[in-house]
Design a protein around this ligand. Structure first.
Ligand SMILES: [Zn+2]
Length: 113
């Protein structure tokens, strides 16, 4: 339908060949879905914003897949070492709240059961 519409537009001016050339260069963006004219055959994104957004999501998905594939093989240092804690940067002003958080962390780190 889209192809026919463009060919009909160009057919009025007897430019059917150039219409086909342009149609071959029109593609749908893999990120936002809008139509754009390709400047080379392997182009799949309409703009650098779409390309970078897609790359960010691909690397995020890749990191998540990597973690779930390898989490059982991570060293104890990577799982429980420095920087892996869930304690906040500031203490609780209520002593009981602080005690509860520290005890939960001791259990998580398998220091206390
Ligand atoms: Zn796009």
């Amino acid at each position: 339908m889209f192809r026919e519409k463009i060919i009909n537009e160009f057919a009025e001016d007897n430019r059917r060949d150039s219409a086909n050339e342009i149609i071959d260069k029109i593609a749908k963006c893999h990120w936002c879905g809008s139509r754009f004219v390709k400047s080379h055959s392997s182009e799949v994104y309409c703009s650098s914003f779409c390309r970078e957004s897609a790359r960010e999501e691909q690397s995020r998905d890749k990191a998540i897949r990597w973690y779930h594939r390898n989490k059982e093989f991570l060293s104890d240092d990577a799982r429980y070492g420095l920087g892996s804690g869930w304690l906040g940067g500031h203490r609780h002003f209520d002593f009981d709240d602080e005690l509860r958080v520290v005890e939960n962390e001791l259990v998580r780190l398998k220091i206390r059961k």
